[in-house]
Design a protein around this ligand. Structure first.
Ligand code: UD1
Length: 455
């Protein structure tokens, strides 16, 4: 019999109060880990969050031949024995970011046989833009039996665009950049993604001896070099974890200080929260103190966009806050138009959210949410349900939190430090919603005394 899954049991309606340290960024760490394969010297990466996705990436690097150790937040990646040119389905299916292995495999080994990543709860997630970028550098590829088989005689720099139907691609920019650093000649990526994680990867590669400029501007120039060296690096803080804790502080009427907030990386989220009415001050340059403040709370009209726009990864958490905000808010999701799996679950907690049209929701604020059993469908949907459960009256169960474990380090420990009543338990058939339905023996006699026994 399969083991029962973990869930959170949360007693809500308690203001979060205190100080929380934001961990290193998941989305920055994952491409740095495969980028370390581009050298034949060891690299050391500090401030790495201990997450399921990081542990899955360690397994992938080890499968490829690298030696990896992970101690007290520091990864040592020794790529000297990196020589495996295939990645099977089981390693790809765990995490889409496994596809980040392809750029380094092409650059160092000249070929890659890699399982197609699967679909995903937040919507269709193709890899055509990655493959188009590699093709421009001289890679030939074909698909067979769910695998991409790719090879080249040499990678040659060129001018290319990574624009897709929903804007430019973060993953393709990382992957193509990793292949281009060891290509012959210069590669210019027009329409490169501008996310802070791209900046981090470009700077990491430069610290290994790459020659990349323009990071953060949308046009990346990569002058190929013959060889890269090992490096020492400290990962930047996680802007989505910061957004999640900021929103949780506001939804619970809390008073929270977040240590490790990069102001530019979080600018659009902070701007939205300011418009909403939050009070924020900065006791130190990367320390944010956030409360609801005295201003009237206003509904928001948000469109998710590539950086520097509002991040899709903070959309579901913000939805939970807007569910408790007077008036009608709207969210248009332009990156993953189907990324609304959290909506029916928030409605189970008493929210009033409707699909307005494809890719858009309308949120009518309610005065309070009430505890219920809900289920996380993906990482950020899980985060949104935790925010809502922390704000809700009564007890909630947030099930399937293995999704949350992919991307939040020590979530329950951090929340408990802030005064939350949250416990990790095994999923059971018990449902907190049933408590309010359970009747005293006397009432039961009366209610079930006759027809109620029917059926
Ligand atoms: C990364 C982040 C993810 C975030 C997303 C958008 C990591 C590990 N993940 O994912 O958390 O939500 O950026 O900020 O950093 N697309 C294509 N073809 C492709 C690639 C992408 O059509 O080959 C589309 C996607 O379906 C999506 C859009 O382009 O609509 C942006 O996706 P992309 O930026 O590539 O996201 P990821 O890198 O997968």
């Amino acid at each position: 019999m399969p083991l029962p899954l973990d869930m959170y049991q949360i007693r809500g309606a308690r203001p979060l109060q205190g100080i929380v340290n934001i961990s290193g960024s998941k989305n920055a760490t994952l491409p740095l880990m495969t980028a370390a394969l581009l050298s034949d010297e060891p690299s050391y990466i500090e401030n790495v969050p201990n997450l399921r996705d990081v542990r899955a990436m360690i397994k992938l690097l080890q499968h490829l031949g690298a030696k990896v150790t992970f101690n007290a937040g520091t990864l040592k990646i020794d790529p000297r024995a990196f020589n495996v040119d295939s990645v099977h389905y089981d390693l790809m299916v765990r995490m889409r970011a496994s596809f980040y292995a392809m750029g380094p495999m092409l650059a160092r080994l000249g070929k890659a046989h890699i399982s197609m990543p699967g679909g995903c709860a937040i919507g269709d997630r193709p890899v055509d833009i990655h493959l188009r970028g590699f093709e421009e550098l001289g890679v030939r590829h074909h698909h067979r039996n769910g695998y991409i088989h790719a090879m080249h005689n040499s990678l040659v720099g060129t001018r290319l665009s990574l624009m897709g139907p929903n804007g430019t691609s973060v993953g393709a920019t990382c992957n193509v950049m990793m292949a281009a650093v060891l290509a012959k000649g210069t590669t210019i990526i027009d329409d490169a993604a501008r996310e802070p994680e791209i900046l981090e990867l470009a700077n990491f590669l430069n610290s290994m001896g790459a020659r990349i400029s323009g990071q953060g501007t949308g046009i990346l120039k990569i002058e190929g070099v013959k060889k890269l060296f090992g490096t020492n690096w400290k990962v930047c803080p996680d802007r989505i974890e910061a957004a999640t804790f900021a929103v949780a502080a506001l939804a619970t009427h809390g008073d929270v200080t977040l240590r490790g907030v990069q102001r530019t990386a979080c600018a659009s989220t902070l701007f939205a929260l300011e418009q909403w009415g939050a009070a924020m001050d900065w006791p130190e340059p990367d320390v944010l103190h956030i409360t609801r403040g005295k201003k009237e709370k206003r509904p928001l009209h948000i469109v998710t966009e590539p950086f520097p726009g509002f991040p899709t990864d903070a959309q579901s958490q913000l939805t939970a806050l807007l569910a408790l905000t007077p008036g009608t808010s709207h969210i248009r999701e332009t990156i993953y138009p189907e990324r609304f799996k959290h909506v029916p679950e928030l409605n189970r907690l008493g929210a009033n959210i409707r699909a307005a049209e494809k890719g858009k929701i309308e949120i009518s604020g309610v005065p309070a949410l009430e505890g219920a059993a809900v289920m996380a469908s993906d990482l950020r949907a899980g985060a949104a349900l935790i925010v809502a459960a922390l704000a809700a009256h009564g007890t909630s169960q947030v099930r399937r939190i293995y999704h949350v474990d992919r991307g939040y380090e020590m979530m329950e420990e951090k929340l408990r430090t802030l005064g939350a009543v949250i416990e990790r338990q095994k999923e059971t058939a018990e449902d907190p919603g049933m408590e309010s339905l359970s009747l005293s023996a006397e009432e039961e006699d009366v209610t079930l005394g006759g027809e109620a026994a029917e059926g």
